[in-house]
Design a binder for this molecule. Structure first.
Ligand code: ATP
Ligand code: MG
Length: 400
């Protein structure tokens, strides 16, 4: 366990003890318990309690309202934030989506019953005693993802759970138990009721998974892939060659590039991706397409960051499948050897040029700067103010 993680568990224990002293029930729940039993680093530690949100807020000095509607209060002790959620059952499900309201209950069993999979329905006391009402430990040992209760009903209530099942196969390398898997197959079309934001968040987790290809395979086999936004090539064997980049923009770019006509704007719209992510994907797709059709020109080496060039080199080799050795060292060397890396590195500024020509600024200035940038990049002139001035005056004499 890392120091931060140990600290989280310690603070969690103290929070549970305090709640119990006040007469409430409180336990660790969810992914943290699952990861604890597997001896893996937990993402974030969650506590469930019989205390109502207002009661939790009255007990602890520092709290923040992060999800009051769902019963979640963030308790901050010793600078460590931990989510404390009141035991609850979900209200009515409409349209196969997450329920809009929840009902607070005082029983842990009720709370564990509403959880999606047996491996996620474990609870643990502050002295690390496991509470396992649905054989979650057995399923953890067997690498099995099984719904709590009847899978057809559970997927009908909230269709996102189907995609979560796939995400856990990718993250944990587990298999989905056969009745649960059959239920996903028969309800796959209902994923279209789920908000795109929730779908994208799960796909992002699949992209970052250690068993990415396993996830993609079950996405296709379960039929979910054909009901996701757009018409993307999840069912393409090339996913196998991708490996585990653990980089979400690379995976989105790959998804786009496997289409006959890769259009990043369309993909970004379908999955409501942020502008920042969309820009990263655009760069990657552009650079990979260039590399698939030849080598990078000086302009390309200048335009793209080293990171994008390297990723594109790797993606292009996977797409081309021609066993050509990767030229990463050469690429990095060429990129680093460019006379300048950006226009900011030019030895002259707009101010210098205005003075040389004794002219006020205007569109001509930007054009001239671009002209100098190109000339320096292509080594027609050395990046030095005296040389640039001489070259520029010469050029403008020629023009006149
Ligand atoms: P991660 O390590 O990715 O955080 P996690 O299992 O903690 O995994 P969360 O999405 O953080 O997943 O959810 C916390 C817990 O809440 C889950 O372990 C599960 O018990 C329950 N849960 C989350 N989403 C659902 C859902 N859609 N339906 C039922 N239970 C859910
Ligand atoms: Mg979690």
């Amino acid at each position: 366990m890392s120091t931060t993680e140990t600290k989280q568990w310690q603070v969690g224990k103290e929070i549970i003890k305090t709640l119990k002293q006040k007469g409430y029930e409180a336990v660790f729940v969810g992914g943290a318990v699952r990861d604890f039993v597997r001896n893996k680093v937990a993402n974030d530690i969650d506590i469930a309690t019989s205390a109502l949100p207002e009661e939790v807020k009255a007990i602890f000095k520092r709290t923040a309202d992060v999800g009051l509607a769902h019963g979640t209060v963030l308790v901050i002790e010793d600078f460590v934030p931990i989510e404390v959620t009141t035991f609850r059952t979900d209200g009515e499900y409409e349209d196969h989506r997450r329920p809009t309201d929840v009902k607070f209950v005082r029983s842990l069993e009720e709370d564990l019953k509403r959880r999606d999979f047996t491996i996620n329905a474990l609870a643990m006391t502050e002295d690390f005693h496991i509470i396992d009402l649905f054989d979650g430990q057995r399923d953890l040992e067997n690498g099995c993802i099984r719904t709590v209760g009847n899978p057809l009903n559970r997927f009908n209530e909230d269709a996102l759970r189907m995609l979560r099942a796939i995400r856990f196969t990718a993250q944990l390398g587990f298999s989905i138990e056969s009745t649960s898997f059959e239920a996903i197959k028969s309800r796959a079309h209902e994923i279209s009721f789920v908000s795109v934001e929730r779908i994208s968040a799960e796909l992002e987790k699949i992209w970052m998974s250690a068993n990415l290809f396993q996830g993609i395979k079950s996405l296709v086999k379960s039929n979910l892939a054909s009901h996701l936004p757009g018409d993307h090539a999840f069912a393409n064997d090339k996913w196998k060659t991708l490996g585990n980049p653990q980089n979400s923009s690379v995976c989105w770019a790959y998804l786009c590039l496997l289409n006959k006509q890769p259009v990043v704007a369309q993909l970004a719209k379908q999955y409501k991706l942020s502008n920042d992510l969309k820009n990263q994907i655009t760069q990657l797709v552009k650079a990979t397409q260039i590399r698939c059709n030849g080598f990078f020109t000086i302009e390309d080496l200048y335009q793209f960051s080293e990171d994008v060039l390297v990723q594109a080199e790797i993606l292009a080799s996977k797409l081309k499948d021609d066993n050509e050795p990767l030229q990463i060292d050469k690429l990095v060397h060429l990129k680093k050897s460019l006379p300048i890396q950006s226009i900011r590195e030019l030895a002259v500024t707009g101010q210098d040029i205005m003075e040389w020509f004794d002219k006020p600024g205007g569109p001509w200035l930007k054009e001239t700067l671009t002209q100098i940038e190109r000339a320096v990049l292509h080594q027609k002139v050395t990046n030095d103010a005296t040389y640039i001035k001489e070259w520029l005056l010469n050029e403008s004499n020629h023009k006149e």
